[in-house]
Design a protein around this ligand. Structure first.
Ligand code: ADP
Ligand code: MG
Length: 324
């Protein structure tokens, strides 16, 4: 399959949702998603930071001309190397940060600031250590103005969804990393946002816990029909979970290409087609990694056959076999 074929046309970096043909488990397909409309629209979003001081001061281009749409109910992954602007982009969508140029629309309206309709879940779960699991989930509901009874019922519903009812009276320090992230998920979902923005939420978890959370998040997504923008530097994670992958490139942070992942949910993570798609995307990534390697190391540092290898400078025999 030509899984990594460009999905772009028209404006560079823009992949209109209309171009997709993927089926999903809800019996829908991309065209049905179109009928539900666009949730988030980015047009020409650019952002720079000033860094350094005095003579070392310079302008750093974190995002350049980012344009894509996120359809209602879509699971979109943002993938790219560290420093390519993923978190900056999430913050801009959340309204926590403003772009220098371009616009972000939420349900057709320009984003003016943060709001409970677009919630961010970070790698650091951000739970309040002095509150129980249940009180953590209820916390945001108080801000929404729900009374005690309504808060309790809503928290119970979402804790059941993440299978933590039994641990509702535990404190965060009594939970494993995976349980903390599931609590954070319940807390965010309980607010019933329109869009869930997830910034590398599982990056600090061990692989087995991550596997469990991948299954869990897929199920939650299928139950709640939330629109999710999921940042990761893991191609595997993106291929497992998302409908489309926005692959970013760095310096300046920009959209390299948008790749549809047209497999039904819930996914079998060992599906050979899925594994093949991951391998194809990783191959493309080698170019990005090569750029990173050149930027962060000596000129004689090379990528070789998918692994990073230090070749000895010409004429120097370190006694190492080639490719180590
Ligand atoms: P990613 O999430 O992809 O790792 P970020 O969005 O965090 O990347 O950052 C993109 C680039 O912008 C990085 O090089 C980072 O150092 C820089 N950057 C991010 N936030 C700031 C800031 N507040 N001030 C200066 N530079 C920043
Ligand atoms: Mg980041």
């Amino acid at each position: 399959m030509n899984a990594a074929a460009p999905a772009t046309s028209g404006t560079p970096g823009v992949s209109p949702v209309q171009e997709e043909h993927g089926q999903d488990a809800r019996g829908g397909n991309a065209h049905k998603r179109d009928a539900r409309g666009t949730k988030v629209r980015l047009r020409g979003v650019s952002k720079h930071f000033e860094s350094g001081v005095g003579d070392g001061a310079h302008r750093f281009e974190a995002l350049r001309d980012i344009s894509f749409d996120v359809a209602d109910g879509e699971f979109l992954a943002l993938v790219g190397p560290s420093g390519c602007g993923k978190s900056t982009l999430i913050n801009v969508i959340a309204g926590l940060d403003k772009p220098d140029a371009g616009e972000v629309f939420f349900e057709g309206q320009p984003v003016q600031g943060a709001g409970p309709d677009r919630l961010v879940i970070f790698q650091d779960h951000g739970l309040f250590p002095w509150l129980t699991v249940q009180k953590n989930v209820e916390f945001g509901l108080r801000v929404l103005g729900l009374d005690k009874q309504a808060r309790r019922e809503r928290a119970a519903r979402y804790l059941q969804m993440v299978h933590l009812t039994r641990f509702r009276h535990s404190f965060p320090f009594q939970l494993s990393g995976g349980m903390k992230q599931r609590t954070a998920l319940a807390r965010a979902l309980a607010v019933e946002p329109q869009v869930l923005l997830m910034d590398e939420p599982f990056a600090a978890l061990d692989p087995r816990t991550r596997d469990i959370l991948h299954v869990e998040l897929q199920n939650l997504w299928l139950q709640t029909h939330k629109t999710i923008v999921f940042v990761t530097h893991s191609v595997e994670e993106a291929v497992r979970l998302s409908d489309r992958i926005v692959v970013m490139a760095s310096q300046p942070g920009r959209v390299r290409r948008i790749i549809p992942v047209p497999f039904p949910h819930p996914r079998d993570f060992l599906d050979p087609e899925l594994v093949e798609l991951r391998a194809n995307i990783l191959k493309e990534f080698e170019e990005e990694l090569e750029i990173l390697v050149k930027k962060e190391g000596d000129d004689d540092w090379h990528l070789k056959a998918g692994s990073i290898s230090a070749r000895p400078p010409r004429g120097v025999d370190l006694g190492l076999a080639d490719g180590i």
